[in-house]
Write a protein that binds this ligand. Structure first.
Ligand SMILES: [Mn+2]
Length: 345
């Protein structure tokens, strides 16, 4: 029997406001419809940051103290905003033996809450064909969002929650807290510029954007790093991984945005952690990458985002990014083919 595994990442569905960067609902619905029509067993892996809980306000404000109630109210809003996507996924699941797997990324840690998982299962139907985890593995392939090999967004998967002042909260990584307390302001002021990749080039081309980022980074440096012990007194969610930060600055300087630079290191880390796989897939970086390593013919793939995002080419023309996906084909449990493809409607 033929089995296809489809992987897409970084869809970032929000609540349709200024902070929601998803636009192309009809393209995603088309994609899901198209793979619904394919014969055999089809598995769809939504490889992290499927939902943009991180950039959603709750009662008019951003918070890094996220209770199950807050996450539930956000998933309700996402379902209300994008009903056609949930309907398409539901139709995909009705065809046996199809399955949907959610990998948890750094914008949707909220998927750790049992009530959020239940809400999604109830909305899509076919609860037994839906799974959630931080990675997806077969004998040959390893798929994860990518934040676990990014020290800014790494989180202890065995401790998704913590207790603070009698409340159970999401145990969020440093990067999530830094964005929700400080850098979200950059998105509010420059919602368009923030959608241009590569990031370091966007900062180069839009001086106002760069100045504002530097200003926020300065405030963050003082309050969020240097004086964090004062500004976040007794706040366990807002702890800072100082050792890893120093290590990074020592190795790479203050460069945080040149994602291509860190790519090889992250794949090397994945190989170290899961040495016996043939194919390694990530999202998170918002770029396309396909590489066959000379050693052992390992395949490394990064799928690009499905949110509205632009590439800045050398000629400074901005171009809307194409939607990309990976397709892995098995025939009678034998790995046949691994492709990184662009979805053309
Ligand atoms: Mn991510």
């Amino acid at each position: 029997m033929i089995k296809n595994i489809f992987v897409i990442s970084d869809i970032e569905l929000g609540q349709g406001d200024l902070f929601d960067d998803f636009r192309d609902e009809h393209i995603l619905v088309d994609f899901i419809n198209k793979i619904t029509g394919i014969k055999g067993k089809n598995i769809l892996i939504l490889n992290g940051d499927t939902f943009d809980f991180l950039k959603m306000q709750y009662q008019g404000a951003f918070t890094h103290h996220v209770t199950e109630e807050i996450s539930l109210s956000k998933i309700d809003k996402i379902i209300e905003t994008y009903p056609r996507i949930f309907q398409a996924l539901s139709r995909f699941l009705k065809k046996s033996p199809n399955r949907v797997h959610f990998n948890i990324g750094n914008h949707d840690h909220d998927l750790h809450w049992p009530a959020v998982q239940k809400k999604i299962r109830d909305t899509l139907g076919e609860p037994s064909k839906i799974s959630f985890d931080i990675s997806y593995q077969t004998r040959d392939i390893h798929v994860e969002h990518g934040n676990q090999v990014d020290y800014l967004y790494k989180q202890d998967p065995k401790k998704p929650f913590l207790t603070h002042r009698g409340k159970t909260l999401l145990n969020l990584p440093f990067g999530y807290v830094a964005v929700s307390r400080y850098f979200i302001e950059l998105k509010r002021l420059f919602p368009f510029e923030e959608k241009i990749y590569p990031r370091h080039q966007a900062f180069e081309n839009f001086p106002e954007f760069r100045r504002q980022k530097q200003k926020i980074a300065f405030i963050f440096g003082i309050r969020g790093l240097f004086l964090n012990f004062l500004f976040s007194l007794g706040d366990p969610v807002a702890s800072v991984p100082y050792f890893n930060l120093f290590k990074h600055v020592f190795q790479h300087g203050l460069e945080l945005y040149d994602e291509k630079k860190f790519l090889q290191k992250r794949f090397r880390n994945l190989v170290k952690l899961y040495p016996d796989k043939k194919v390694y897939l990530m999202g998170h970086l918002h770029l396309i990458h396909h590489e066959i390593s000379p050693h052992k013919d390992r395949i490394f793939i990064v799928t690009d985002t499905w949110r509205e995002e632009y590439n800045l080419s050398v000629g400074k023309e901005k171009v809307l990014k194409p939607k990309t996906y990976a397709k892995i084909t098995y025939d009678n449990d034998k790995l046949q083919k691994v492709d990184l493809l662009t979805f053309d409607q």
